[in-house]
Every structure is written in structure tokens, then in C-alpha cells.
Design a protein around this ligand. Structure first.
Ligand code: CO
Length: 209
């Protein structure tokens, strides 16, 4: 895709939207009320809106390498704060994907320069679940499982934030862990038991009584 093609495609897209609804952009410019916050990987093959068949306005999106929510990442924390407190999203989704390059490189212990501190978040997930992961003899299956466990740990990182804890207490938010399978195009709900996780960890992380 060349740069000039992008602008041509944009013009065609504008014309198509206006053909279907002459007020499309007028309505779009009024404001947003997305129900979902989607935290996914920056991988060019994992376009949140496309895999969810969502329309502009449906999903508030944050993407980074390997869909991570570090406790000191101002970008991720600002996104969570704004979407939970101001947009009042109803659901937060952490969506990982199989064949994730970030997860793969984190599994291979080696120097990756500037990426080291970022990859360490994933290496820490590996360490937390080392017992389970090391029983998986197939390297591919272990890789897939780390993708899933990383999603689970990032859901836990979301629960550790004060904004989400408040919203959970007010029962106005749900948290979901999904994986996108590039080989089939399917979205898989990992059905992470958030309530059980909270029962297990909140004695350490609870910020409110
Ligand atoms: Co990825």
C-alpha cells in the first residue's frame, strides 16, 4: 500500500459512508460513548476494530508490544483512568494473540537492548508460572500457554489499579481475557475467573475497605 493510495482509499471510504448515511460524520463528531476498552498488542495483524467487527465509536483502544499493563506505565494508566472514570466503559478486554513476537522473544533469554525492561514484564510472567510452563514439553504449546498466562497476568495488573478497584466495587465494570488466533481468525474467550482471582489476591492488593 503506497501513501497516495491511502488518501485515495480514504476518499472512497468517506464517499461510501456518506452514501449510506449523509449525517455519518456529523454524528461521529458529536462525541464518543464506547462500551469497551480494548488493550491489545501493536502487532499489525491484530487490528482491534476489524477482529471485533466494530464501528468507529465502539471501542477505546490501547495497544503496545505484547499487551502489557505495567504498574508505572503512565500511558496505560491514563487510558484506564480516562476510559473507566470519564467514558464509563462497561468492559475492559485484554486481548493477546498467538504467534506474538514480543512473547516469543521474551521466552528466549538474551539481550534485546532497549526492549529488555519491557520484555522483563513477560519474563516475570514466565517466572510466576514456571512450574506449569516447564511441564509443557512442546515449545509451541508452551509459547501459546505463555500468551494466555500473560493475558491473565495483565488482567490482574488491571485489577491492581485504584480506578478499576473502585469501579469493581461499584459493580459497573467487567474484565475479560481473550486471545486472537491468527491461524483461524477466531477470538477466544479465556474465561478467566476474575472473582476467584480477586479472592486469592485482594488481601495483598486491596486499596479500599
Ligand atoms: Co504481539
Amino acid at each position: 500500500m503506497k501513501i497516495k493510495d491511502i488518501f485515495k482509499h480514504n476518499e472512497e471510504w468517506v464517499a461510501e459512508q456518506l452514501r449510506m448515511d449523509p449525517n455519518y460524520f456529523k454524528k461521529l463528531s458529536v462525541g464518543q460513548k464506547p462500551k469497551y476498552l480494548f488493550i491489545g498488542c501493536s502487532d499489525s495483524r491484530v487490528s482491534a476494530d476489524i477482529i471485533m467487527a466494530a464501528e468507529p465509536g465502539d471501542v477505546f483502544i490501547h495497544r503496545n508490544i505484547a499487551n502489557i499493563v505495567p504498574s508505572n506505565d503512565l500511558n496505560a494508566l491514563a487510558i484506564i483512568n480516562y476510559s473507566v472514570n470519564h467514558l464509563r466503559v462497561k468492559d475492559i478486554v485484554v486481548c493477546g494473540h498467538y504467534n506474538c513476537g514480543g512473547i516469543k522473544v521474551a521466552m528466549e533469554a538474551r539481550d534485546e537492548g532497549l526492549l529488555n525492561p519491557w520484555l522483563r514484564h513477560i519474563r516475570d510472567v514466565y517466572r510466576l508460572h514456571k512450574e506449569e510452563l516447564n511441564t509443557i514439553t512442546s515449545i509451541h504449546k508452551r509459547y501459546d500457554r505463555l500468551v494466555e498466562l500473560n493475558v491473565q497476568e495483565q488482567c490482574i495488573n488491571i485489577i491492581k489499579t485504584r480506578d478499576v478497584q473502585k469501579a469493581l466495587l461499584e459493580k459497573r465494570i467487567r474484565i475479560h481475557g481473550w486471545v486472537f488466533d491468527l491461524k483461524t481468525g477466531k477470538l477466544i474467550d479465556l474465561k478467566i475467573d476474575i472473582e476467584k482471582i480477586m479472592r486469592d489476591i485482594m488481601d495483598v492488593y486491596n486499596l479500599f475497605e
